[in-house]
Design a protein around this ligand. Structure first.
Ligand code: GLC
Length: 555
């Protein structure tokens, strides 16, 4: 059984050691990486396809661009890539609005390009995870166009969540749910009644109006997604990232959301979703090669996140709690101990992440500039010392910051529905080389779909390759060191007593990781051992500077 022990409530502050030991149940003394599935300890690199690399020179990243840049990723030292949706789509939410789940959008290439890229990735020992979007389709999906052309109550409409409106003449939405992107979660359609051409029913869309929610109570929907899973598994993909994994089932009575920020959200995390993942688990197991799936489930607590990774469900669930935590050793300690405790309840491993294509880049979240970068490097070093797997988001290895995208360039539906800035600022295409945009993004001079800032000239891959002190070299070194140092060590994590403003963790009896979130240099605990790697310059006198993390080898 897992065990967590710590200082008693009210215990003395001078307690030298907290002794909060989080022991993962099944492998108390079993070395990691020996007999475990690859996904339990892998580092995965997230590719936002339209912004990674442009193979054909049209200013939009594509599958051929990914293939060309795979050697760069192999050199970086990652184990796998997760590629955001490249399927046929009107691109109103950049591919998260899928109109054909079994093809590649011509904007990104073809199925032949995909197969070629997959083969090359496997030849380089890189596993490939693709995105699966089961909560909604595009409004251009043939199912939805058929639903619009059919009468209420028809088989075609039963694949989505259509309802009559409330109020006089059904003129108001069926309930009070709001779209994540702003505005009501319902749109009314024209006609559709058998003998009436007037305004008709409403359909549910928890995101953009171009992303109608599927009706998972209808078995036809589940059957279709099982067939889609098999389509990509047969092509050889190693796994799936499940978009909005906590969303599929909506309560049939579509009960109103009560007022207040803390009121339950009836549209999320319904128990029935877990049955879907039990079925998918069985499908993944039918295939050789340790296929897997990772849940994007924004749940309230580490415990509810852990329900997605019970032994017969999905293999990983992003732990978004660090990503939402402020820069604070106490907050990081709580995230680590609560996450490890929650995953140990279900005998699973943690999946760490600091940035993705939906959130402000963490250099900026931690304050931006030199301070933000120092903190970002410290946080990632701390995170990569922990047991479990980790995801890094394209461009974080270059220390990129969130870009202030001007309104005329914005493409995120969040901006159009809510007027908020939206997510474009973390999706600006990667600078590869040269001293001005497009920074080698594609083969020619085509400017990328979002403008790149002038200050990125010093942050290109080419510039950072040439600078041994660059963020890129730091990431390479951390990933190589992680492989070397954490191979074979235990998953036991102990929180050590350490100076105020710091967090010190011991992993097994081999590694001590310390981060200083305070404003003063902090003494390194005596038991830390030999310095292995640090995220910034170290003081020679056994202290850790502010905004810095370091690993020490105890053996
Ligand atoms: C997920 C994706 C996000 C997308 C949304 C709707 O949260 O990460 O980018 O907009 O789902 O599919």
């Amino acid at each position: 059984m897992s065990r967590i022990s710590g200082p008693r409530q009210g215990g003395s502050v001078e307690t030298a050691r907290f002794d909060i030991a989080v022991r993962l149940a099944w492998d108390w003394n079993v070395p990691i990486n020996s007999s475990r599935p690859w996904w339990q300890h892998s580092v995965c690199y997230q590719i936002y396809v339209r912004s990674f690399a442009d193979g054909n020179g049209d200013g939009v990243g594509d599958v051929a661009g990914i293939e060309q840049r795979l050697p760069y990723l192999a050199d970086l030292g990652i184990d796998s890539v997760w590629i955001t949706p490249f399927y046929t789509s009107p691109q109103l939410d950049h591919g998260y609005d899928v109109s054909d789940y079994r093809d590649v959008d011509p904007l990104f290439g073809s199925l032949a390009d995909f197969d070629s890229m997959l083969g090359r990735a496997h030849a380089l020992d890189i596993r490939v995870i693709v995105d699966l979007v089961p909560n909604h389709t595009s409004s251009e999906h043939p199912w939805f166009t058929a639903a619009l052309a059919s009468a209420p109550g028809s088989r075609e409409r039963e694949r989505y969540v259509f309802r009559d409106g409330s109020g006089r003449g059904g003129a108001k939405p069926p309930n009070n749910w709001r779209s994540i992107f702003g505005g009501p979660a319902w749109t009314r359609v024209d006609g559709g009644h058998v003998d009436d051409d007037g305004p008709g029913q409403w359909y549910l869309h928890l995101f953009d109006a171009s992303q109608p929610d599927l009706n998972w109570w209808n078995p036809e929907v589940g059957d279709e997604f099982e067939s889609i899973l098999r389509f990509w598994l047969d092509r050889g993909v190693d796994g799936f990232r499940i978009d909005v994994a906590h969303g599929l089932y909506k309560p049939n009575d579509l009960v109103d959301k009560k007022r207040g920020d803390r009121a339950p959200m009836p549209m999320w995390d319904q128990p029935e979703v877990h049955e879907v993942y039990r079925r998918w688990h069985k499908i993944l197991e039918e295939y050789d090669g340790q296929r897997m799936a990772v849940a994007e489930a924004w749940t309230d607590t580490p415990e509810s996140m852990a329900r997605y990774i019970r032994a017969d469900e999905l293999q990983q669930a992003f732990n978004f709690h660090w990503l939402s935590a402020k820069w604070s050793a106490a907050a990081f300690r709580d995230v680590v101990t609560e996450t490890l405790a929650a995953v140990s309840l279900v005998d699973a491993t943690a999946t760490w992440v600091l940035s993705n294509h939906d959130v402000v880049r963490h250099v900026t979240r931690y304050g931006g500039g030199d301070k933000g970068l120092a903190r970002a490097k410290a946080a990632v070093l701390m995170m990569l010392g922990l047991p479990g797997s980790a995801y890094i988001y394209q461009g974080e290895e270059l220390g990129l910051e969130q870009v202030a995208v001007l309104p005329e360039h914005r493409e995120d539906p969040t901006y159009f529905r809510s007027g908020e800035v939206g997510r474009d600022g973390c999706r600006v295409p990667i600078p590869w080389s040269g001293s001005e945009p497009p920074y080698g993004f594609g083969p020619g001079d085509a400017q990328p779909w979002l403008p790149q800032p002038a200050e990125w000239k010093d942050l290109t891959v080419e510039a950072q390759e040439a600078d041994p002190d660059s963020t890129l070299h730091f990431y390479r070194k951390v990933l190589a060191t992680r492989r070397e140092v954490t191979t074979g060590i235990s998953d036991e994590v102990t929180v050590l007593g350490s100076a105020p403003g710091t967090l010190a963790l011991r992993r097994g009896d081999a590694l001590v990781c310390i981060i200083n979130c305070g404003s003063r240099p902090a003494k390194v605990p005596a038991e830390a051992g030999r310095l292995v790697i640090s995220s910034g310059p170290m003081h020679g006198n056994g202290t850790l500077p502010p905004d810095t993390a370091a690993w020490f080898a105890t053996a």
